[in-house]
Design a binder for this molecule. Structure first.
Ligand code: PHE
Length: 337
């Protein structure tokens, strides 16, 4: 009989240590201490025992009962502690700021565009703009490029109708601004332009900013100084600027503006085709005929104009080699800036 009790105890204690939920604890309480449990059945047999054995077995049975109760209580305590620990670990602090790594930012071209406006506003330029869908008259004719002018071929144009087109340059803003203002004028006009072009350094839509200054006594020196100021501010104080003779129908004389390659510091590399220089802009002194076209008197005022590629500047500032990536909206690319 003493062995039976020990078996009951042994079995119960080993099972109890394995319990893993409040429901299982309740089942075990019924199973080991309930009315039909082996222990209860044993206690019922006490009455039929002789008094000496009864008191001995009674004490032993009570001891087993206590052990089982204590064991269940202990397991219950352990379980509730581990449940609580689990909840502690999973706890969410609703007052913490959300961790969101997908916060947006401005496109590298927008940032460059804004910086350009800032740099020119600092020296007294106003920001002007004009439509992207433009009249032939403004994009070409009043810029001294009549219908059959050969220079039109250098800007492969998207025509919407015979007279309406997607502007190929920001230069029409020069005309629009001069038509509605009297000198002195001092503007930049950043914006989108369109040409039928597509390769590493050309996309059908790209960005330019036009500069125009017209007043009494404006000379080529003013043009050169303004371009140098802008390039040094945009690409670094160490940037060298050089001017080469060129031709545009709406400026005379005309120049192209190069900057020292900031990838090889002018030593010669693939990007600058081993020349050490990168072409950044067309520029020149506003052609007297263009001034006349807008009602200005070329005997009284003179001016300079330039047209820079914004995308080119952004590519150099951010070290991007393929212009097309700028417009593909690939998050892996955009995320880097
Ligand atoms: N509009 C010319 C181009 O896109 C650049 C330019 C602007 C040249 C102003 C001279 C003066 O090629």
């Amino acid at each position: 009989m003493a062995e039976d009790l020990q078996d009951i105890r042994q079995q119960a204690l080993s099972q109890i240590s394995l319990l893993s939920s409040p429901d299982e604890i309740e089942e075990a309480r019924v199973k080991y201490l309930g009315r039909k449990s082996a222990l209860t059945l044993f206690l019922r047999t006490l009455g039929s025992m002789d008094p000496a054995t009864r008191s001995q077995m009674g004490a032993a049975a009570n001891q087993v009962k206590n052990d089982i109760e204590q064991s269940i209580a202990q397991r219950e305590q352990e379980l509730s502690e581990s449940l609580y620990a689990g909840l502690e670990n999973d706890r969410v602090d609703m007052t913490l700021p959300a961790a969101d790594d997908r916060l947006g930012h401005l496109h590298p071209i927008t940032r460059t565009w804004m910086l350009i406006e800032d740099i020119f506003q600092r020296i007294g330029f106003e920001v002007a703009s004009g439509p992207e869908v433009e009249w032939d008259k403004y994009n070409f004719e009043l810029l001294n490029m009549p219908k059959e002018h050969p220079a039109r071929d250098t800007q492969d144009t998207f025509y919407l109708t015979g007279e309406i087109l997607l502007r190929t340059q920001t230069s029409p803003v020069q005309i629009r601004h001069m038509e509605s203002h009297t000198p002195p004028v001092r503007i930049i006009a950043p914006g989108r332009v369109y040409r039928r072009d597509y390769d590493m350094t050309h996309t059908p839509m790209f960005h330019q900013f036009e500069g125009l200054v017209v007043a009494e006594g404006i000379t080529l020196q003013d043009l050169k100084g303004t371009c140098s100021y802008a390039m040094k501010n945009l690409l670094g104080e160490a940037t060298n600027v050089r001017f080469r003779p060129h031709h545009f129908p709406f400026t005379e004389p005309s120049l192209e503006v190069d900057v020292s390659c900031n990838i090889c510091q002018g030593q010669g590399c693939r990007t600058c085709k081993q020349t050490g220089w990168l072409e950044m802009a067309g520029a020149g002194m506003v052609h007297p005929q263009v001034l006349r076209n807008v009602g200005y008197d070329p005997e009284k005022v003179s001016g300079f104009a330039f047209g820079f590629g914004i995308d080119r500047i952004a590519m150099m500032r951010y070290g991007i080699s393929d212009l097309r990536m700028m417009f593909e909206n690939d998050m892996r690319f955009l995320k880097q800036f």
